[in-house]
Design a protein around this ligand. Structure first.
Ligand SMILES: C[S@@+](CC[C@H](N)C(=O)[O-])C[C@H]1O[C@@H](n2cnc3c(N)ncnc32)[C@H](O)[C@@H]1O
Length: 202
């Protein structure tokens, strides 16, 4: 993404977050995180750890994980979204590192922890070009937790209309090539999604 298209994206999302400010719209975590946590994260990391929430928006997933005792880094291009995340976190903000940045230039090695996160997660965000960096940010033995919309969403109300932001069938599995897949599901329900939990080998 060029800097001007990244500015446009920031402005587009800033506007959405300002319009939704004060509503609960962005605050209920996707239930996949709770399932992934109890089935895969907690058994492997019972004492918590560090997580990276990519395009974390107003913080619903970062805050939920911080409540479970994790330290979370949230990165998002929208300063309005990140500011809402900070407000929404209340005292848990002390356990969340808030970063306003454009993930199209994301480099795992430049994050505060380098490639050392026990959990890297992303919900409803797709930038294929930086996916290999996303994988690098998972520490050996750590987990990638990913859920976003698929092309089937084009037949349903809402969601992006640009196929560049929608997964093809099986694409998330291909993007996670090299990781050990623990869970994968594509679903067409209220939304069309693919979800994945995968582990990096030690
Ligand atoms: C559909 S929202 C999802 C937010 C959050 N993951 C959630 O599930 O509540 C997409 C998010 O991606 C962020 N975003 C879009 N392009 C981005 C980019 N290039 N770099 C970082 N964040 C970006 C937006 O600001 C927005 O917060």
């Amino acid at each position: 993404m060029s800097s001007s298209s990244s500015d446009n994206e920031r402005e587009r999302w800033n506007q959405k977050y300002r319009e939704a400010s004060g509503t609960e719209t962005w605050m209920v975590p996707d239930s996949f995180l709770e399932r992934a946590f109890s089935q895969y994260i907690l058994p492997r990391f019972p004492h918590g750890g560090s997580a990276l929430d990519l395009a974390g928006g107003a913080g619903r997933h970062a805050i939920w994980l911080a409540k479970q005792g994790w330290e979370v880094t949230l990165i998002d291009v929208s300063d309005a979204g990140v500011e809402q995340a900070r407000q929404n976190a209340g005292p848990l903000a002390a356990h969340i590192h808030f970063v306003v940045d454009d993930l199209t230039h994301f480099k795992a090695s430049q994050t505060q922890f380098g490639a050392r996160f026990e959990v890297v997660m992303a919900f409803f965000f797709l930038e294929r070009e930086m996916f290999s960096e996303v994988v690098k940010a998972v520490r050996p033995g750590g987990l990638l937790v990913y859920k976003t919309l698929t092309l089937a969403q084009l037949q349903l109300p809402g969601g992006p209309k640009n196929p560049a932001h929608l997964l093809a069938p099986g694409e998330l599995l291909r993007l996670a090539d090299g990781l050990r897949v623990l869970h994968y599901r594509e679903e067409i329900a209220e939304k069309a999604t693919a979800e994945l939990v995968a582990r990096k080998g030690i």
